[in-house]
Design a protein around this ligand. Structure first.
Ligand code: SAH
Ligand code: SF4
Ligand code: F3S
Length: 440
């Protein structure tokens, strides 16, 4: 057996893809290895979404190359979005031996064979069909509690700032039979939670089934498991999806709904197909159907031509929604995107950073307020394991995806417990076990 080390960057879809790669290569004589100094093959599954993600990975490749120089025969390669974006550049410059894009993983055994014989191997062909639906991922989450299930690949939106459609290709939905089979397989293997993944899950469709239909089918196929999904694009999430959530108690009360900006002018320039007003209406609809549903978001500060007024509209929207949490970025121009070709990256770096800091400061307060509102409430939490601080505390998430910690030396990862929130920080609900643990 050859030893295979993979480092994963970027979104959850990449985490899921790495599990597919371990599965494909596991059948061809490679075993997972966690110690880089012992690996025969060192791969990075990469992300291109922002420049600093790519810079960090380039730094890591330099480190991988120390191994390549020290030990003859070690193969270094890159997978994923950066492989797709940079294509053969990295083999030409001698930095890596192998480059495989997101749709080329079935060919990894032969590409690795070629690379190990000293011939650089590159395959960045994008596919219109590949969904790896027949491959059972080799799940690497050591605790066996929560599993990702990729339900689609690619993206057909062309948000003007975003590199994903170029690195992942056109949108493809995976057939529902294989999704349900995989969900049931997770249940049989003892998993307690699954997350259905796609760049735009609400546009999943297969034959005459929509995402709402799939969500209901999955939730009913694995009634003992929690079901999550990500990411929802505000332009596609439907009332039917909200209905399915509201009527299935095992579908978690959390929607990740990236807004990107609070200004209609900027949203149009970003080519997002919703307005601020539509977004706020959606938030009202979610809350009226499910008052306990958490809403989180992504935002970009300092997109092309953004003015102080546009920025103020973003802050104001954050305040109005009161997000439970947010991923916040400043705009990073990506070569080849519409924004890079048509608009200038004209907001100075210091202004972007300052606006981002203002959004972060506001969200920190909103997160704290959201957590404070939970003090005194009880939640069912899926135990993940020991808390970061001490072995005498456990941690896990509630349905709203908020991290909870509580003193506990009895329960095990994968069990459900009931806790009461007694205090909080901006990031965590501090809880105690209630007396009501029977029958869970
Ligand atoms: N498919 C998801 C987003 C995937 S990318 C959606 O449409 O909502 C994850 C996040 O990265 C995006 O929501 C966006 O906030 C951020 N992002 C994407 N491209 C970016 C760029 N060029 N600069 C900064 N942030 C970016
Ligand atoms: Fe990128 Fe837009 Fe597709 Fe999301 S929906 S992956 S932001 S192009
Ligand atoms: Fe990054 Fe590719 Fe995901 S660019 S965010 S790893 S789809």
């Amino acid at each position: 057996m050859k030893k295979l080390y993979i480092e994963t960057y970027g979104c959850q879809m990449n985490v899921a893809d790495t599990e597919v790669v371990f599965s494909i290569l596991g059948k061809c004589g490679y075993e997972k290895c966690d110690i880089i100094e012992e690996a025969d093959v060192i791969l990075a599954n990469t992300c291109s979404v922002r420049d600093n993600a790519e810079q960090r990975i380039m730094g890591r490749i330099e480190q991988f190359n120390i191994q390549r120089r020290k030990r003859r025969g070690v193969v270094v390669g890159i997978l994923g979005c950066m492989a797709e974006r940079l294509k053969g550049d990295l083999t030409t410059s001698g930095k890596v031996d192998l480059v495989a894009g997101p749709d080329s993983y079935r060919r990894l055994p032969e590409l690795l064979e070629q690379a190990s014989q000293g011939f650089p191997a590159v395959d960045v062909t994008l596919s219109r069909e590949e969904t790896y639906s027949d491959i059972i991922p080799m799940r690497t989450d050591g605790k066996g509690v929560s599993a990702f299930i990729s339900i689609m690949r690619g993206c057909n939106n062309v948000c003007s700032y975003c590199v994903v459609p170029y690195t992942r290709g056109v949108e493809r939905s995976r057939d529902w039979h294989s999704i349900v089979r995989e969900a049931c397989g997770c249940a049989e293997s003892g998993y307690k939670e699954i997350t259905l993944l796609g760049q735009n899950v609400d546009s999943w469709h297969f034959e005459d089934m929509s995402f709402a239909g799939l969500l209901a089918l999955v939730a009913e196929s694995v009634p003992g498991l929690r079901v999550r999904f990500s990411t929802s694009n505000p332009q596609d999430i439907s009332s039917e999806v909200l209905e399915v959530m509201a009527s299935h108690s095992n579908v978690c009360r959390h929607i990740h709904l990236p807004v990107q900006s609070g200004s209609n002018r900027i949203l149009a320039k970003m080519r997002r197909r919703y307005t601020r007003e539509r977004y706020l209406e959606l938030v009202r609809e979610i809350r009226s159907r499910m008052p306990d549903c958490a809403i989180t978001t992504d935002v970009i500060a300092g997109f092309c031509s953004e003015t102080e007024e546009d920025h103020r509209l973003t802050l104001n929207l954050f305040e109005e929604v009161g997000f439970d949490a947010a991923y916040m970025f400043y705009y990073s121009e990506r070569p080849g995107t519409l924004a890079a070709m048509k608009y200038g990256d004209d907001v100075p770096k210091e202004v972007k950073t300052r606006r981002l800091e203002e959004i972060i400061a506001l969200q920190n307060r909103l997160s704290l307020e959201s957590n404070r509102r939970d003090i005194g409430k009880t939640f069912t939490v899926l135990v993940e394991g020991a808390s970061k601080k001490t072995d005498s505390e456990l941690c896990g998430r509630n349905s709203q995806n908020k991290m909870c910690v509580w003193a506990d030396t009895e329960h095990k990862p994968g069990e459900l417990v009931e806790v009461e929130v007694t205090a909080c920080t901006q990031a965590t609900l501090l809880c105690r076990l209630t007396d009501n643990q029977i029958g869970r």
